[in-house]
Design a protein around this ligand. Structure first.
Ligand code: SF4
Length: 437
């Protein structure tokens, strides 16, 4: 068995799952480096002898990806290629005992709230003075800002509260400090994330306080774009719409997972709303913030979803014409409310329904994008790839939404800069254009 000898410990953090996990890994990275422990994130070089895997435990596919990653590093540990493997994050929080029994080559398992315990493995202490500081792992000009942890909602299909606990908002002062520090490190775009961002403040300020937070963040010099993700429809704090309208550096963009368009299924999902109220809210948002791009996420195949419920969902998607839309197939998750129901929609029907929704959305997105031809839009340039500079408008979030392609052989631009781009062509999911100056 060939073993590698390492002069000094070096840690590699591997992140799976959502943007909230990316932030957690960035906080871990900051704390380890703050304790002078040589740490990298997603390093492709094989030079780390300790690996920390930050896992996702949301739905079946994500869980499988996490388990495959753990097994890969557990094998490397068995072969002596690395010295230690630690696992943290949602999958570990949810299935620690079972996993520890099945995969003995992992040195230790940590939950989502056990950073100080994980740091102890490195004889490191949690440095409170680093709160508000964060080494980011995304491209330098945009960063995620996690405004709260956990969730108090009872959505029937969702295991997140089991892994992330109750909703805890972070104080405005702490978030403003973090935003200022991120700007110092080059951030121009802040993506606000939480499990339910519209619940912000109900715990620590005893009121929905997202509007005040948005105003404070919009005051931070250097922040050119603030983007709101994970809004919840029921109890939606409409005062944020006025703030979005009044503050030019808050994107006319809203990510609001709605999950379904049939009142019967929304009731089974325990979403606290129905189709009529959802459509009224969407109409109000579009009236109050003209030109806003709305992204939503839907789930098909929830227990009890019959053909007519699915037709109602299709009718909802057709009538509401969301700018951006993603679909998940229902995943039967233990210990969720839906797990007590029979998972009665066959897998192939779930996937058929998901692709049918996306076919319709492709058409809608194509029509919406065609209307952008001839417009000049502010674009943040994310990267250069092959013969194109690739960026996004304020209507597009990284990784999930449309991109703008500019011919790099004809035009010179700088990644990380904003540029005004005249849109000359469009497809279902991308735009093409050239700089106006
Ligand atoms: S709002 Fe609902 S779907 Fe979202 S994390 Fe909370 S329980 Fe899950």
């Amino acid at each position: 068995m060939k073993t590698k000898s390492y002069k000094k410990d070096k840690v590699n953090i591997v992140t799976l799952g959502c943007a909230k996990n990316i932030v957690d890994s960035e906080v871990l990275l900051t704390q380890l480096r703050g304790n002078e422990i040589d740490t990298t994130h997603e390093s492709k070089k094989d030079d780390a002898n300790i690996v920390i895997i930050n896992t996702c435990g949301f739905i079946e596919n994500a869980k499988q990806e996490s388990i495959d990653t753990i097994l890969r590093y557990a094998d490397a540990r068995k072969e002596g290629l690395i010295d230690k493997v630690y696992v943290t994050g949602c999958l570990s929080q949810r299935y620690r005992e079972e996993l520890a029994a099945e995969i003995p080559d992992v040195d230790d398992w940590f939950g989502t709230m056990e950073l100080p315990l994980l740091l102890k493995k490195f004889k490191a202490d949690y440095k409170h003075e680093l709160v508000g500081e964060r080494i980011t792992t995304t491209v330098s000009h945009y960063s995620y800002l996690k405004i709260a942890e956990g969730c108090d909602r009872p959505c029937s299909f969702c295991a997140i509260p089991l892994m992330r606990g109750k909703h805890i908002s972070r104080p405005i002062e702490e978030l403003v400090l973090e935003a200022r520090n991120l700007v110092k490190n080059g951030t121009k775009e802040l993506l606000l994330i939480a499990q339910d961002s519209t619940y912000y403040g109900l715990d620590i300020y005893k009121k929905r306080n997202l509007a005040e937070l948005l105003n404070h963040l919009a005051d931070v010099d250097g922040i050119e774009w603030i983007r709101l993700h994970y809004a919840f429809p029921a109890g939606f704090p409409e005062d944020i719409l006025e703030v979005m309208n009044n503050r030019p550096n808050i994107c006319n963009y809203l990510d609001m997972p709605l999950q379904h368009g049939s009142s019967k299924i929304l009731k089974l999902m325990r979403r606290g709303t129905d189709r009529t109220r959802t459509e009224a809210l969407v109409a109000k948002i579009r009236e109050k913030v003209p030109g806003i791009a709305i992204r939503t996420t839907l789930i098909v195949g929830h227990p009890g979803e019959e053909e007519e419920d699915f037709s109602e969902l299709m009718d909802f998607v057709e009538s509401q014409r969301f700018d951006r839309l993603g679909v998940f197939t229902y995943s039967h998750e233990e210990n969720t409310h839906s797990y007590n129901m029979s998972d009665d929609v066959p897998e192939e029907v779930k996937h058929e329904r998901a692709s049918t929704v996306m076919e319709l959305q492709e058409q809608i997105s194509g029509e919406i994008n065609q209307q952008k031809i001839g417009q000049s839009l502010k674009v943040l340039l994310d990267r250069k790839e092959g013969r194109h500079f690739i960026g996004r408008t304020e209507f597009d979030s990284p990784e999930v939404d449309n991109e703008v392609y500019i011919d790099a052989e004809k035009h010179f631009l700088r990644v990380g800069d904003f540029a005004t781009i005249k849109i000359t062509d469009a497809t279902e999911f991308d735009l093409y254009g050239e700089p106006t100056n």
